[in-house]
Each structure stands twice: as C-alpha cells, then as structure tokens.
Design a protein around this ligand. Sequence first.
Ligand code: MN3
Length: 255
Amino acid sequence: MQKRDFLRFLGIVGAAAATSAALPGCDPAKKAAGKPAPPQPPMPDFKPSVMRSKPFELPALGYSFDALEPNIDRQTMEIHHDRHHKAYVDNLNKATETGRFQNWELADILAHVTADDAPAVRNNAGGHWNHSFFWESMSPKGASVPASGNLSTAIATAFGSHEKMQELFTTAAKGVFGSGWAWLCVGADKKLFITSTPNQDNPLMPNLVKMPGKPLLGLDVWEHAYYLKYQNKRADYISNFWNVVDWGKVAARLA
Ligand code: MN3
C-alpha cells in the first residue's frame, strides 16, 4: 500500500495532503514497471493539524487487577499496568519534550516515526499505544465469539473460519522471537490479516513495519506480560488469552 493511501485510510492526512504531488518513491507507474522504489523519506513537511495541549497520561484500567483471573493474574496486571505502561508514558513525555514530535498527538507520531528518529520516541509511543489498546481488548466477562455480523463475515472471508483465524494468530504470537506483539488487523482493502511486530512497533507505523493496517486485536507476548504465572509457557498464556478477548470491542473497531 502506498504510504499516502495508508495515512488517508487511517484518516491521518486529509484529502489535500493525499492528492499533493507524488512523493519520491510513491509513483505507482514506476512500481508497475518493476523498478525498485527508492527509499521513502519521511514527510518532512508534515505538520499536525491538532497539537497536544497536555502530557500523555496513563489510562485507568476499565476493570480491577484481578478481573482477568485465572487467565491473567492480579500481580502481573498490576505491575504491567502501573509500572511497565506507566514507564512508557513517562518516557514518551520525556522523549517528546523537544524535537520534531513535540506536542504531537500519539496517532501522528505513530504515522510518521521512522527508523532514523530517536528510539525513545518509537519505543515509548508504541508502548503507550499498544498497552492502551491491549487493556481495552480484554474483558473480565470472558469472550463470546461473534456468530454473525461484519466481524464474523470478515473473518470467514479472510481465514475460512474463526478457529482458523485463532490458529494463525496463535502461530504468529508463538513465533515472535524475543519481545513483541501479534495482531489481527484490517487493511485498506478491508481484508483482515494477521501479523506480528518486534518490540513495541505496531501496524500503525507504516515507515517501520512490513504490513501496515488498522489493528483490531493485539496480544503482548513480552515476558513481562505472562512470566509470573506462566514462566516459559508462552503457549499456555496465548491459549488462555482467548478466554478474555472482548469480541464486542474487536467488532466495534472493525465497524
Ligand atoms: Mn507489555
């Protein structure tokens, strides 16, 4: 997907920006001719239309620390939210006190951060977004898999069945080497796909990931997300994650 199209898909750039002169490396005609596209520079002239007026804040959990027991234990949730996520928020505030991302909203940072930017911006912006998204992806009421509706149809179209989707997601999550995330996403073509990212990267970072898209569901497979309860048994953690997925939330994200 062309970067401009991706940003427009996410609603991050307006039509004016999307239809401006072609960026180097973004000429579809050249791509069609089979020539390798030169590296895409970031959009140096991009200026957010809305600036942040206050520091990033740690969002409250929508449920108690023990609400996801026994699938995710109280102590893990408390440390994960109050210490790990808080550290990403604090460090993101520090990393954006000055520099080109000063006062940018999180979505704009994710859309424009590149491998040439300070790793503290990339890692902590991703860390803050990913965890905020993760907490909201789970529900203490447990999961009831959607039997019908847009999500159910989209899953059947892309993967054949809900079970097959879970199988592929599980494989992606197990396959993360070291720390990272597994994702169920929707692409600009409206088709669902599964991917994984290292560290705190996510599919909203088109300059950094191979498969950009809009995340519908994400799973943290850093050891800090499961080690206290599961130790080396990442597969058991992933398997039990399915018991707490909030499918209503996933469906709402697609809609
Ligand atoms: Mn984490």
